[in-house]
Design a protein. Structure first.
Length: 149
């Protein structure tokens, strides 16, 4: 098969399975481990597609140039997260309340868990989650912010 056909098969059949439910994943810029795993998975797909064994010791830059692609998996995931967040925030339903609301009860011990909204706000370059929620009301502003990436 041609390289273009293989890339198309990868985009149509394998990436949707990998990215199923990625809208709710918590991917922070601090967590290098999660980002590294996603990038390694993307490179593994490309190496398998080109039938390059790991014993060939080819660097990732060479594999990317041979396939004529750029790393795009994390950008796709972030874009889907931003789209999903905007969809949730524009609707005044239970999902909106769960995402923005506070719950009764005591906090658990230890460090607070990172929220999906915090990682998304840092990726979009917005100061806080509140500013990001305000941006969702202005659909054109959020769309312009997402198109930068």
């Amino acid at each position: 098969m041609l390289i273009e056909t293989r890339k198309r098969v990868l985009e149509c059949f394998i990436e949707p399975i990998l990215m199923y439910g990625c809208e709710t994943w918590i991917i922070s810029n601090v967590s290098k481990q999660t980002l590294g795993r996603l990038e390694a998975t993307e490179m593994w797909f490309l190496r398998r597609m080109m039938r390059i064994p790991w014993t060939a010791k080819k660097p990732n830059d060479t594999v990317l140039s041979e396939t004529k692609t750029k790393r795009a998996l994390i950008k796709k995931i972030r874009k889907r997260q931003a789209t999903f967040f905007g969809h949730i925030m524009r609707r005044e339903r239970q999902e909106h309340l769960v995402t923005t609301g506070m719950f009764m009860g005591t906090l658990g011990r230890g460090r607070l868990r990172e929220k999906t909204t915090d990682g998304l706000a840092s990726w979009l370059g917005v100061g806080s989650t509140v500013e990001m929620i305000k941006m969702t009301r202005e659909h054109d502003v959020l769309r312009a912010q997402k198109s930068k990436f």
